[in-house]
Write a protein of this length. Structure first.
Length: 227
């Protein structure tokens, strides 16, 4: 459910990642520079004043951000998460203008199954990591480079995906799972109980999986893909 506060907070967040003030964002969208000022967010009688759909449309067009990405910023404020979620179901391929580029650890997927690269929470450790610059927040996020065709049609050989172990994983999210035996796979979280997780395969030629929680080393959410 949208609230007056969350919609305005999303516009403020979008202005921040664009390195603009609220006035600068309005000006970039071709609007009156005062359109997004805090003083304009309530009427003289104290009633909340909402930004128009036309104004939001102009902002998205000017910044190159699509509606789903903007909704993820609203979602961030609603759930009180300090990190920017990349959409409830992931796979949003965020426009480079939406988030500043940062340097992240990069590892080939084939290496990911080898010991010594991750801690128990799925965060990167040890040597052997490369670096890649991609648009995303810094919250323990790291990158994996896809090899082979086992993750088609979502991820192709050579694609880069960003993994965030710190973000909450929910049903329907695309995830990377590593088993205690070293198998690494990209799946869709279909269902989770106190004993098992059910994983839906990205590639229809590969079966769905049901794994005991005791057999899982870690599971982390995919928050961005380079396609």
């Amino acid at each position: 459910m949208w609230t007056h506060k969350s919609v305005w907070a999303a516009l403020d967040a979008l202005a921040e990642v664009q390195k603009l003030t609220a006035s600068g964002l309005a000006r970039k969208a071709g609007l009156d520079p005062t359109a997004f000022n805090p003083s304009k967010r309530h009427g003289a009688d104290g009633r909340p004043r909402w930004p128009s759909t036309e104004s939001i449309s102009k902002v998205l067009s000017a910044t190159g951000v699509n509606l789903r990405e903007f909704l993820s910023l609203i979602d961030r404020d609603e759930i009180g998460n300090g990190a920017v979620p990349f959409g409830a179901a992931e796979g949003l391929d965020l426009h480079p203008a939406a988030f500043p580029k940062r340097s992240f650890p990069l590892l080939g997927l084939a290496q990911a199954g080898v010991g010594g690269f991750f801690d128990d929470g799925g965060f990167p450790v040890g040597e052997g990591w490369d670096q890649v610059s991609l648009p995303a927040p810094e919250d323990g996020t790291y990158a994996l480079e896809i090899t082979g065709d086992s993750m088609l049609p979502l991820y192709r050989d050579g694609d880069t995906i960003l993994i965030s172990p710190s973000q909450q994983v929910r049903r329907g999210d695309r995830v990377v799972v590593k088993t205690v035996e070293g198998e690494v796979m990209a799946k869709i979280l279909k269902r989770r109980t106190d004993r098992i997780i059910e994983l839906q395969s990205n590639n229809v030629e590969h079966p769905d999986r049901v794994l005991d929680l005791k057999d899982i080393a870690w599971m982390a959410r995919i928050v961005w893909a380079s396609q």
